[in-house]
Design a protein around this ligand. Structure first.
Ligand code: URA
Length: 432
């Protein structure tokens, strides 16, 4: 077996078996196959696709590249949630402590930003001191003690996803159904989950732009889950508009904390409750979504979910000040506002342009080793459906300097569409 032959076969649209996929991935992890060959294989896969059997094989090989956890002894249903990636999607952060307070164990392994979409790990790491690169024993211990952990792919936990994820981001090979499925499910199944709820995003700010592509991804996630004996439940949601009011790591973290304090934006709060409810139903804790949402709301209203979150953050060495303005998260040097040049109703805020703008401000990566500026981002002061007058502030831009803020303002003015008449609110859920 050699890498050249396997790349050529994938390029020509032929299928590989598990042994061949295992050979390629383990040679890549050992450094015997370089980035240039793996990038060619990823591109061939992005163009040619994979069969269900190949995607199952790739998922298993990636999952087994590191430690596979088993939390059965905890006695709680082990259920996680993942998003296929969106703009302003910070839902995982409040969701984890809420789900734990409702009776689940959530050993969450997340990713960093991909393309214009944000990553849960980057948002978490905006908390001063917080560590996500935990060794497997510490990860397992924390799940045992606190019911949850926010972990990263490391040298020991799904290392194949850690390396491939960064390479895909730099080689325009993110938007591929088998690569997304294997990336997500290898992480989730390595956690030893009994089931996982996946928020499949669809729209301009998602990897799947059309509902038929999003449905194809949802179908593949459920099919691979079933082939591997795991319950995978997908929920399709719109990603044409950014989620919530903030986009950018520290700003999103602040908003996520406000959800835990019961004062988050309605869309983020509603989606967090809905996804917790789906997890609770999958874990057999509630019979239906509405009782799950009630349980989730009471975990927030009682203050228990916030306290749980603070304990998780402290266990991972994070320093948050619950009484300080902005909770002690980093703040940018410059804050400018973009004002409306017309009067009317906001009919659309293009999620992709907003995501790309925040990436250019330094909130995301272009190269796989780029550093992130956690403090930058945008705050949407008005959203779809709001009435605005000429000169009204539309967007707050948090930047590291005046030039960056000016460039962002130019870009963002193309993201906002204003119509003369009223606009109905957007619907978050797509019909399955
Ligand atoms: N989230 C992941 O973990 N991987 C992907 O490929 C896309 C979203």
């Amino acid at each position: 077996m050699n890498a050249h032959e396997l790349i050529r076969r994938k390029r020509d649209g032929l299928s590989l078996d598990e042994e061949e996929i295992r050979f390629l991935v383990s040679a890549y992890l050992k450094g015997e196959v370089g980035d240039y060959q793996m990038a060619a294989f990823l591109m061939a896969t992005a163009i040619r696709g994979m069969t269900n059997a190949e995607t199952v094989a790739l998922t298993r090989v990636m999952m087994e590249s590191g430690r596979v956890f088993d939390f059965d002894l905890l006695g709680a249903p082990v259920i996680d949630k993942h998003s296929t990636g969106g703009v302003g999607d910070k839902v995982s952060i409040p969701l984890v402590p809420i789900a734990v307070e409702c009776g689940l164990a959530v050993p969450m392994i997340s990713g960093r930003s991909l393309g214009a979409t944000g990553g849960t790990l980057d948002k978490l790491e905006s908390i001063p001191g917080l560590r996500t690169d935990l060794d497997p024993d510490r990860f397992a211990r924390q799940v045992g003690e606190l019911g949850a952990c926010f972990g990263a792919q490391t040298e020991e936990i799904v290392p194949a996803d850690r390396k491939l994820y960064a390479l895909r981001d730099a080689t325009a090979t993110v938007e591929s159904v088998p690569l997304i499925v294997s990336s997500i499910l290898s992480k989730k199944f390595a956690e030893g989950v009994h089931g996982v709820v996946i928020d499949v995003k669809c729209g301009s700010g998602a990897f799947m732009r059309t509902s038929s592509d999003a449905r194809e991804l949802a179908g593949a996630l459920e099919a691979v889950g079933a082939s591997m004996g795991k319950a995978v439940k997908t929920v399709l949601t719109s990603m044409d508009e950014p989620l919530g009011r903030t986009i950018g790591n520290a700003l999103e973290m602040e908003e996520a904390i406000r959800v835990l304090k019961g004062s988050g934006p309605p869309d983020v709060t509603a989606l967090a409750y809905r996804l917790v409810a789906e997890m609770l139903r999958l874990g057999g804790i509630v019979p239906d979504i509405s009782s799950g949402e009630t349980l989730a709301r009471s975990a927030v209203e009682s203050g228990r979910a916030f306290d749980r979150f603070m304990n998780i953050v402290a266990a991972q060495c994070g320093k948050l000040d619950p009484d300080a303005a902005g909770f002690g998260l980093p703040r940018s040097k410059v804050v400018n506002t973009l004002v409306s040049r017309a009067r009317g109703f906001i009919s659309r805020i293009d999620a992709r342009i907003v995501g790309e703008t925040v990436r250019e401000l330094g909130g995301g990566r272009f190269g796989k080793d780029d550093a992130i500026d956690h403090s930058v981002g945008v705050v949407l002061l008005s959203v779809r459906g709001d009435e605005v007058a000429e000169g009204d502030a539309l967007i707050e831009i948090h930047a590291s300097g005046e030039d960056a803020a000016r460039n962002a303002a130019r870009r963002l003015s193309d993201a906002i569409f204003i119509s003369a008449g009223p606009v109905p609110p957007a619907s978050l859920y797509l019909v399955p």
